[in-house]
Design a protein around this ligand. Sequence first.
Ligand code: NAD
Length: 235
Amino acid sequence: MAAATRLISRLTLVTGGGSGIGQAVCQRFASEGASVVVADISEESANETLKSLTSDCRGQVHMSAEVDVSSKESIKKLITNIQTLYYQPPSVCVNAAGITQDDFLLNMEEEHFDRVIQVNLKGSFLVTQAVAQALVACGAPKGSIVTLGSIVGKVGNLGQSNYSASKAGVQGLTRTAAKELSRFGIRCNCVLPGFISTPMTDKVPEKVITKTLTAVRAGLTADVLKTEIRRLCSS
Ligand code: NAD
């Protein structure tokens, strides 16, 4: 099927849809014919993304919604609203909501550790669980849930003990969800991006980005990359 039409009549949910990767996913899904629910903790950003979505295919209806993925109540309200409006749960869900609160391990505040785990890891769990429960309850024949891990969850990164732990957790969560949900026709996949230029990476020091890009272009392995980043961050 042509890429431009492969999501016709699919209902999709994208958390963190107000910015960066989530916003780009919303725009791509809409351009491929899907109806998109843009969900974000920032209602304003979600509305901005909503305004940017195309609706060239018949039956495409997009909506924006405010949600805090770290709150079970907030997610429950979101899923209920979606089912009220569309008479079905989303069959495609991308968990792109995420935060960083960087500091070196020796200085990291407990609440910064907890908040990053709550949003990135617990948020991915709560959204994945709620969407999967809704799909199973209505007997949907198939579904696809995507989570956002990070290369940092594999190799670690200075100043990101909370973030790297959350992303390693997201990978484990997704692998288990995939094993448990395959019998319901629900695929679960975790994407591990490197650096993608978004508001999140605006905070990464330029010298780290430049060196990382050079290393990636040179085809260095994850281990060499890890050593290089460590050397840079300590210099
Ligand atoms: P971003 O900061 O541009 O977007 C994140 C979005 O999540 C924002 O719109 C924000 O408002 C929203 N959000 C934050 N907390 C939320 C909450 N509690 N509930 C709902 N929404 C919330 O970041 P991005 O770069 O687009 O990152 C998207 C995902 O990709 C994140 O999970 C991030 O960890 C992951 N990732 C990004 C990169 C990168 O290089 N940009 C690399 C690896 C992984």
